[in-house]
Design a protein around this ligand. Structure first.
Ligand SMILES: Nc1ncnc2c1ncn2[C@@H]1O[C@H](COP(=O)(O)OP(=O)(O)O)[C@@H](O)[C@H]1O
Ligand SMILES: [Mg+2]
Length: 224
């Protein structure tokens, strides 16, 4: 059976330099795979290729059997709700002037999944799911703590009920005191939602704690 995510011989170049140089791995449905390695080794570039935010120079990225690297715009748009991402800096990922509830609603609206009857309760459910009081939906991002803002980012990523989450350093910008809470939330979400996850971090201990399996990257390659 095909893995949910299948990456084969991925190569990404910036100019003459290979930031990712022949990377292959799978993420099975419901599996949490860690990707660790030092700063600059190519982790975020790998994530960007998986999310089709860039086109690799070579190699294959298959999501549920569909080749993403060559996929046309409309087919890609149809698949996007099924794989979502959470970024490192929770404030940068949010629009400064829009209320939390509208930001969580945004992916539902974009993908035509919003309705006036079901939308607001779904947003409240998502806030509750990530451990936030639904009343926080009225706030603006600057009225949130870093940990709360990252929970909003996770709620937004979950809005479309994705099968795959790509988390790129989701705790690295956070205060150490709130990091553990976010890691516990991620583990809880895996248990309850069973969403496949690629968890990228330079923090090997955090990744070991959360992941079924850990891949190590160095200078653009996975080490054996
Ligand atoms: N947009 C870009 N243009 C040129 N070089 C880049 C770009 N993004 C990243 N790089 C370089 O590619 C390498 C891998 O970067 P990155 O994937 O961000 O690593 P990591 O996420 O592991 O820290 C680094 O040497 C970085 O400087
Ligand atoms: Mg990075």
């Amino acid at each position: 059976m095909n893995a949910l995510l299948q990456v084969r011989d991925l190569v990404v170049r910036y100019g003459a330099r290979r930031a990712v140089d022949g990377v292959s791995f799978d993420v099975a449905a419901g599996e949490t795979v860690g990707l660790v390695g030092p700063s600059g080794c190519g982790k975020s570039t790998t994530a960007a290729a998986v999310l089709r935010l860039l086109r690799p120079a070579a190699g294959s990225v298959r999501f549920d059997g569909t080749e993403l690297t060559t996929l046309g715009a409309s087919a890609l748009r149809a698949l996007r709700p099924r794989f979502q991402t959470v970024f490192q800096d929770p404030y940068a990922a949010l629009s400064p002037r829009r209320r939390v509830r509208d930001q969580i609603a945004e992916p539902l609206r974009i993908h035509g999944l919003w309705s006036r009857a079901d939308g607001p309760p779904r947003v409240a459910e998502l806030l509750d799911r990530v451990g936030l009081d639904p009343a926080l939906g009225e706030r603006l991002p600057h009225e949130l703590s870093g940990g709360q803002a990252q929970r909003v980012g996770i709620a937004r990523a979950l809005a479309t009920r994705p099968e795959l989450l790509v988390l790129d350093e989701p705790t690295s910008a956070l205060d150490p005191s709130v990091r553990a809470g976010i890691l516990n939330l991620l583990m809880d979400l895996q248990d309850t939602l069973g969403v496949g996850t690629l968890f990228i971090s330079h923090d090997r201990a955090a990744v070991r704690h959360v992941c079924d399996r850990v891949l190590t990257m160095r200078e653009g390659r996975l080490t054996a």
